[in-house]
Design a protein around this ligand. Sequence first.
Ligand code: NAP
Length: 251
Amino acid sequence: MTTIGILGTGGLAALMVRGVQGAGYRLILSPRNAEVSARLAEEYGCEVAASNQALIDAVDGVFVSLPAATGAGELAKLTFRPGQPVLSAMAGTGLARLQSVIGPAQAAVSMMPGYANALGVGPSILCPDDGFWRPVLAATGPVIAFDDEAIFTAAATFGAFSGASFGFMAQVIGWFQAQGLPPDTARALVAATLRGNAEVVLRENRSLPEIRREVVTPGGISELLLATLEEHEALQAWDEGLTHVLRRIGG
Ligand SMILES: NC(=O)c1ccc[n+]([C@@H]2O[C@H](COP(=O)([O-])OP(=O)(O)OC[C@H]3O[C@@H](n4cnc5c(N)ncnc54)[C@H](OP(=O)(O)O)[C@@H]3O)[C@@H](O)[C@H]2O)c1
């Protein structure tokens, strides 16, 4: 059985452990954050290594979910085997930096929303494509691989887009609740609307302007809402925010 070590047992680790359940991997966790590792050991049968180095020595591949600010420095203290697959999910740590701190091991970088991956429906991006990591990530949702790291880095801003989408949903759900909808109804209405529309974009072979023409009736209520958002440059603000994120992660 393929063994995967997870270095950095925090929020993302817990979500990915849940996501890969049933895919046939043996999971070993780094010991720091005893509370999370004990819970994951109890709930999902993960093992806990005695140290970060013991984890690396015991596993086939290493998934790195250490804090973005300090993770590369921590990896530099450890010794990896030649060709050992190492996948980082740390925002802002590029391939060259990762490779420089893992020596002879085989570096790849990724990004994923996290929570949706726990449910098996979270997209992951991967650079470069990698036969070891692709099936691991595929157990948690669709995988999109990039050979060009600059394009991967631009795509990696979707991690922030994903997180921000919860702020957007909370805002709209709150508005419906303020109009008197029961909280569960408001939540279900907004989530089901977005899920349905996402399926339209995924499944229909038509351009976004064509779809928009179909659903936004001239003079209708969707056009009224869009006009209000555009008046406040609310849609363009997404571009500005994503550009800030891209600069932060090195694009
Ligand atoms: N959260 C997400 O959904 C998500 C999605 C995509 C990518 N990411 C990336 O994943 C990484 C982790 O994010 P997170 O949200 O999971 O953060 P987190 O909850 O803070 O988890 C990081 C874990 O690493 C542990 N740690 C710190 N230094 C360590 C060391 N030297 N050796 C072993 N463990 C150490 C921390 O322990 P302590 O708690 O004791 O400090 C903590 O348990 C970040 O780089 C982030 O960019 C996160």
